[in-house]
Write a protein that binds this ligand. Structure first.
Ligand code: SF4
Length: 356
């Protein structure tokens, strides 16, 4: 059995490890609950997640229904396939109609420190993806759809289980094509005592119309900002040329909804925006321009995770421009630019990753 290193493993390594331990959704939590790091915890009594107020008024259920109905001619994401998922049709993301597929759920210790705290981020990995990047490290989950079909009740039970295990938040990974399912399950779980903040962990490529429906529901937004140029997004993310433009709009709205990420005294975050940027070889991502835009349009103290762990995976070796890891110099240049722009809240653990 592979050894997990709770504070330093990357998502890829964590997924690889966990997938070899267990193929079913419930076992990882069962496996990890005896870890000493997971002494049972209770949610902070002084904190109320955003969605509880909307749950009490019935609006959370209404918004869930509205997103659900969107699947009748699906426009949950910028692909806008307009297939009838309610009748079992699949669009670009390959989600099987309106059925829900979850790859795994468990406390995760490889996310940003303010999300992990001492007891982990309660991560739920959804299968399938609407972006389908050629370099995806989790392609077996996102492209092949590895996972198990679950009901809305199952999803609500997972949320409550992660709370029981003491996780600091619920972290929905690749949620976009299942946003309706998530809201329905959230409404159920809220009625059964759920009170963890939720993390919307997205590629960033979102329709503004959908993000505005999450206002007052999501506590922490965790979007990627992958590419500055539409041409690069189109080439490496299955024709998603609108990625830069739509991601900029989505990130501005996310910031408007939840503000700056300011962890509490215990270092754990309950509300705010964290932007992830993965530095790619040969400046494929346009890192410096992305940082410049952030510096000009968002507060300088915006939390930015500058990630170094790009590794050629899946079809990346078919593209010479991205067929290698980045160098220390490439990473250092991006960090220097961020500092030069006056950005003050940088997560730059990539320096450590590149030294491994
Ligand atoms: S969520 Fe899936 S089916 Fe719906 S628009 Fe996006 S890619 Fe198409």
């Amino acid at each position: 059995m592979p050894r997990l290193h709770p504070t330093s493993c990357t998502r890829r390594h964590f997924l690889k490890s966990i997938s070899t331990i267990c193929a079913c959704a419930s076992a990882p939590a069962l496996l990890l609950e005896n870890s000493p790091a997971l002494a049972s915890g209770t949610p902070d009594p002084d904190f109320e997640p955003a969605y509880l107020a909307l749950h009490r008024t019935g609006e959370l259920a209404q918004r869930a229904e509205s997103l659900w109905n969107t699947m009748e001619s699906c426009q949950l994401c910028p692909r806008q396939c307009e297939v009838n998922r309610l009748q079992g049709r699949s669009g670009f993301c390959q989600a099987p109609g309106a059925r829900l597929v979850v790859s795994s759920f468990h406390p995760h210790f490889g996310e940003e420190r303010p999300l992990v705290g001492r007891k982990g981020s309660g991560t739920i990995f959804f299968s399938h993806c609407n972006l389908r990047c050629v370099f995806c490290q989790n392609w077996e989950i996102s492209l092949k759809g590895r996972g198990q079909e679950q009901s809305i009740d199952d999803l609500a039970a997972m949320m409550l289980r992660l709370q029981e295990l003491g996780c600091h938040n619920l972290n929905f990974v690749t949620p976009t094509h299942y946003s309706a399912h998530i809201l329905k399950a959230l409404d159920k779980a809220a009625g059964q005592g759920l009170r963890l903040p939720i993390v919307y962990n997205t590629s960033g490529w979102e329709r503004l119309e959908i993000i505005t429906q999450l206002d007052g529901i999501v506590d922490i937004y965790l979007p990627d900002f992958k590419f500055w140029e539409g041409e690069m997004a189109a080439k490496f993310s299955s024709g998603a040329e609108s990625y830069p433009e739509l991601t900029r709009k989505a990130i501005l709205d996310m910031h408007h909804q939840v503000g700056i990420a300011e962890p509490g005294g215990d270092g754990v975050l309950q509300r705010g925006l964290i932007i992830r940027h993965l530095v790619m070889p040969n400046n494929t991502a346009g890192s410096e321009k992305i940082l410049q835009w952030i510096a000009e349009h968002l507060p300088k103290e915006t939390y930015i995770n500058i990630m170094a762990q790009f590794t050629p995976a899946f079809k990346a070796f078919d593209f010479p421009k991205i067929a290698r890891r980045i160098t220390s110099d490439e990473y250092a240049r991006v960090v220097a630019k961020a500092e030069q722009l006056g950005l003050t809240n940088l997560d730059i653990r990539g320096h450590w990753w590149l030294r491994r």
